[in-house]
Ligand binder design. Structure first.
Ligand code: AHM
Ligand code: MG
Length: 335
């Protein structure tokens, strides 16, 4: 007989909650709400190519509804989902200059704060290329019942309670960790559920893919130029030359490398002296997932998760993926 058993995201979250005897279901509820927000954003992204029919952003569609830009829509959906969960007392998003402090009494009691890039890969949004959402959950520092403060959002990455991403690709997937391994769920559109498809993801310690925007070559630091040359050299022992793959959507580039083995690089350069990616919204959650899958993430000389950011939108050079490849980059940068 065929096995029709599926584990939905919600089943899985509930099952995992039983591993913690004193868990009250608060984190589970928060994750469930994030899953729902992801489904809403997914639905909108699937319609993005129909702009000529339903209207472009800023225009009014035939039903008289005004069309929003997808990133603005995703931002609102995530903020609303987090607020209504009742478990989140504030949120910082890449779209907003400052943190959003929830003042509703039911939310102020929430135990967690969330940092999110609700729609990452902005340069790809309008061209039917994969984009993603990224989230990161921390316990609040300020006492429950009080308003959260900026410092709640500026915690060291190692303090994350959970982190994950959604990739809106040829299929839609949600990948997350609560610090006990990484699991991936694929959205089955026919039943509208994320179903466990990639249990206990382990990334290879060595890979053959390097992902970097080589158009920035002239601006690369010397160590990165040498590393990229190293990737392109022939060496049977280390299976070089490696192959180059770069979409320009962090979630997609990282996700492919997570499954196949590889390295993602976004170094500092002359035009972006601290790199492009933001510690709070992009580097920390991806670093947590990378480490939990057996990989690593570094700013070139320090573990990403050991950095305490001093501002919400602080940027950092970012190298994440297969452990030995990250180590190699650190070696090249230290020369
Ligand atoms: P965004 O937050 O404005 O979307 O920018 C982040 C994106 C990442 O998804 C991706 O890795 C990077 O920017 C690509 O940058 P570039 O176009 O400079 O290669
Ligand atoms: Mg982004």
């Amino acid at each position: 007989m065929k096995n029709y058993n599926i584990t939905t995201l919600n089943d899985f979250i509930t099952l995992k909650q039983k591993d913690f005897p004193y868990a009250k279901g608060e984190l589970s509820s928060l994750l469930t709400h994030i899953g729902t927000a992801a489904k809403m954003v997914n639905k909108k992204i699937n319609k993005a190519g129909l702009v000529d029919i339903i209207g472009n952003s800023g225009s009014v569609n035939i039903q008289g509804e005004s069309q929003q830009k997808l990133d603005v829509y995703a931002d609102e959906v995530f903020i609303n989902a987090l607020l209504t969960s009742g478990q989140c007392c504030g949120v910082a998003t890449e779209e907003n200059q400052s943190e959003i402090v929830f003042t509703e009494p039911f939310a102020q009691k929430g135990k967690y704060i969330v940092c999110t890039d609700p729609l990452d890969g902005s340069s790809n949004i309008d061209y039917n290329v994969s984009v993603g959402s990224i989230f990161s959950i921390y316990r609040r520092i300020t006492p429950r019942g009080e308003k959260v403060r900026n410092e709640d959002f500026l915690q060291e990455g190692s303090k994350q309670v959970a982190a994950g991403y959604i990739i809106y690709g040829s299929s839609t997937m949600l990948v997350y960790t609560t610090g006990n391994g990484v699991n991936g769920f694929t959205l089955d559109p026919s039943i509208g559920e994320f179903c466990l498809s990639h249990p206990e993801i382990k990334t290879p310690e060595d890979g053959r893919i390097y992902s970097v925007n080589e158009g920035n070559w002239v601006h690369f630091p010397p160590g990165i130029k040498k590393y990229v040359k190293y990737c392109q050299e022939k060496d049977a022992g280390t299976l070089r030359p490696y192959t180059s793959r770069y979409i320009g959507s962090l979630v997609s580039d990282f996700h492919r490398n997570l499954l196949k083995g590889g390295i993602f690089l976004y170094p500092e350069n002359e035009t972006a002296p601290k790199g492009k990616l933001r510690i709070v919204y992009e580097c920390n959650p991806i670093a947590f997932i990378s480490e939990q899958s057996g990989g690593a993430a570094s700013n070139g000389c320090e573990r990403i998760l050991s950095i305490t950011p001093s501002s919400l939108h602080q940027r950092s050079p970012f190298y994440a993926g297969s452990k030995n490849m990250v180590k190699k980059i650190e070696e090249f940068l230290s020369l």
